[in-house]
Design a protein around this ligand. Structure first.
Ligand SMILES: [Zn+2]
Length: 424
């Protein structure tokens, strides 16, 4: 393993990587800052050539020198990684773009980008000798955790937001033997409950927003992008920003490849996309801020609406917080990128276009990236000949209504098998 230790994103202090059997730090012990793993990039550069990667199996573990697992027998895989980059020719032509692509993460196990993080965290728990994982996660992510934990032979305690749970996911998660609990709203409070429970029972708690191990899974996306484009990264990469770590993982992976000399020093322009409903990063970027103190989070909004107090600094550190926002803003400034807030209507239109023109059933956040490109193209920010890559974190199928027809109505698609033939 090439790990030198942890480095705090906020105060810059470094800390040793603990032996396997000791608890892993989650936040900086001095300032509650986000922790990043520091690798010995000089040694990795000498040992590992990017060409070597082509001979390895297409899972995230092909980048094992840059991942925090010592023993290969602890590397749990369900085949995550190696997702395709699809040229979007019809949409590109419509938008006047010669090179428009989508990296389609919906084909990952459990149809979500978050499988990358689950694979690394479950492997790390296994290597640490911890028997029980504690995770606050919703729907597809929760389902992914349940299957990964069962596959690794670990116990899992899951806490999910009840409002987003679908019956078939609930049944599937319970079928794996995971202990599932549901809550009714406040994500910060939910994360706190998991932190307290993990501390009391000795469970391995995965921070849902910036766990140092999850970040290592997220970043593998960037390595794959570079590989897919033969190490010539597209000029513009468009990525949604919410509580998951896709954007941050992308940035970290790009920086690591620069440290290894795998890609040129100039970063591609990174475009952060959020919805008009919740866009702290876009506001911060427009106001040229380096960090956002107390960015509103969905939990924040919930707390305000329900008349509860606002989260404390410690609670914020457990949700999408000022540090996560600072990380994203740093990426936008250093890459000469931008941030775009798209409306619900723009997202729905993009979703329909992706399905109809390209056969891609995109989630709202995936579709938001196309909506941002439509806007940036019309404003002339994106030029005709530049390579543009959209990052789509997950499948959109679950966002459709789950009933075939409204109650009491005949299904308009139903046919009589005795009819002469189907309409032309
Ligand atoms: Zn610190």
């Amino acid at each position: 393993m090439y790990i030198k230790g942890f480095r705090c994103f906020k105060c810059g202090r470094t800390f040793p990587f603990p032996p396997d059997q000791e608890p892993q730090p989650k936040l900086c012990p001095r300032c509650a800052g986000m922790l990043l793993i520091d690798y010995d990039y000089d040694s990795i550069r000498q040992y590992l050539k990017k060409e070597d990667l082509l001979r390895r199996a297409p899972t995230i573990w092909r980048f094992s020198e840059l991942l925090p697992i010592r023993d290969a027998s602890n590397m749990v895989t369900r085949g995550e990684g190696g997702t395709p980059v699809l040229p979007l020719k019809r949409l590109g032509a419509e938008l006047g773009l010669d090179y428009l692509y989508l990296k389609d993460e919906s084909v990952l196990p459990f149809s979500t980008f978050r499988s990358r993080a689950a694979a690394v965290c479950v492997s790390r728990a296994l290597e640490s000798g911890v028997r029980t994982l504690a995770v606050h996660a919703n729907l597809t992510e929760a389902y992914a955790w349940a299957c990964y934990a069962a596959y690794a032979g670990l116990n899992l305690v899951l806490l999910s937001y009840r409002g987003s749970m679908l019956p078939q996911f609930r049944a599937g998660i319970l079928a794996t033997g995971a202990r599932l609990y549901l809550h009714d709203g406040d994500m910060v409070e939910a994360e706190k409950l998991m932190a307290r429970s993990a501390a009391a029972h000795g469970w391995y708690h995965v921070l849902s927003t910036h766990d140092p191990m999850a970040m290592e899974g997220w970043k593998t996306l960037a390595f794959e992008v570079a590989e897919s484009f033969k190490w010539e990264i597209p000029a513009t990469i468009v990525c949604p920003v919410d509580r998951d770590g896709m954007f941050r993982g992308l940035y970290r992976g790009l920086r690591e490849m620069q440290a290894l000399g795998w890609i040129p020093p100039a970063l591609p322009r990174l475009v952060a996309v959020q919805s008009e409903d919740w866009h702290p990063v876009v506001t911060g970027w427009k106001e040229k801020k380096k960090e956002i103190v107390s960015p509103p989070t969905p939990a924040y909004e919930y707390a305000r609406e329900s008349g509860k107090r606002e989260p404390t600094r410690e609670e914020e550190a457990l949700s999408f917080d000022s540090q996560s926002a600072a990380f994203v803003l740093d990426a936008i400034y250093k890459s000469l990128g931008c941030a775009v807030a798209v409306t619900e209507r723009e997202m729905e239109a993009a979703k329909a276009r992706l399905a109809e023109r390209e056969g891609v059933i995109a989630s709202r956040s995936s579709a938001a990236t196309l909506a941002a490109v439509v806007r940036l193209r019309s404003e002339g920010w994106i030029e005709k000949t530049g390579h543009v890559l959209l990052l789509g974190p997950e499948h959109g199928l679950r966002e459709f209504p789950s009933r075939l027809a409204p109650d009491g109505e005949r299904d308009p698609l139903l046919v009589d098998l005795g009819s002469a033939c189907l309409p032309a």
